[in-house]
Design a protein around this ligand. Structure first.
Ligand code: DX5
Ligand code: ZN
Length: 214
């Protein structure tokens, strides 16, 4: 079963509530929230205040993708604001195992994220501890970038690693996901597809979501 997680980064922020309700009506499974700090990535987006504001707008799980330095400092704030899943980048965590358990101790699902240039071996020691592995299929920072095909091999590697260890985790992809690249990601083993521009640049979000689901 493929899950679709629209990224609100590509939504119209002046009408954020309507934009979220529109994809919920359209069949979305998660709402993907991209948090950027201007340090870990060269862009600044939203913080816990916005997560708190959108929490009552939807019943869908809020899938919070932290692209920030020192995530431990902010994890409790995002938890309090209503995040259901918090994902952290291995590249931003000095004590990755501790950070994952910090999230789980707050009663929230924990995800771990790999940039396109980071090998799958970086998560071999923690994959048993997470609910989700997120593979970036672009270098994080902006919506609307082109899919990096070399990540398909990594999706397969994570999928095999999870199968070999009998783990039932979500394998999520994020960046440049459209109808065509979605097929390739699913074939490689992904089951959660984040999409910003492929959903929010379309007038009919229900149709866009259905097309991504395939
Ligand atoms: C990129 C973000 C993505 C982004 C995806 O740094 O993590 O979630 O919004 O946007 P598209 O689908 O347009 O590549
Ligand atoms: Zn994201």
């Amino acid at each position: 079963m493929i899950k679709i997680a629209p990224s609100i980064l590509s939504a119209n922020f002046s009408r954020l509530a309507d934009e979220i309700k529109d994809v919920e009506r359209g069949g979305a499974d998660y709402i993907h929230v991209d948090v950027m700090d201007g340090h870990f990535v060269p862009n600044i987006t939203i913080g816990p205040l916005v997560v708190e504001a959108i929490r009552p707008i939807t019943t869908l799980p809020l899938d919070v993708h932290l692209m920030i330095e020192d995530p431990d400092q902010y994890i409790p704030l995002f938890a309090k604001a209503g995040a259901d899943i918090i994902s952290v980048h291995v590249e931003a965590c000095t004590h990755l195992h501790r950070t994952i358990h910090h999230i789980k101790d707050l009663g929230i699902k924990a995800g771990v994220v790999l940039n396109p240039g980071t090998p799958v071996s970086f998560i071999e020691t923690v994959i048993e501890d997470v609910d989700l592995v997120l593979l970036m299929t672009v270098n994080p920072g902006f919506g609307g970038q082109a899919f990096i095909p070399s990540v398909l091999k990594k999706i397969k590697e994570v999928s095999e690693l999870a199968n070999n260890r009998n783990l039932h985790i979500d394998i999520e992809v994020d960046g440049g996901v459209n109808e065509e690249t979605a097929r390739a990601c699913v074939a490689a083993g992904a089951n959660v597809l984040v999409a910003g521009s492929a959903i929010y640049n379309e007038k009919d979000r229900q149709q866009a979501i259905a097309q991504l689901r395939g």
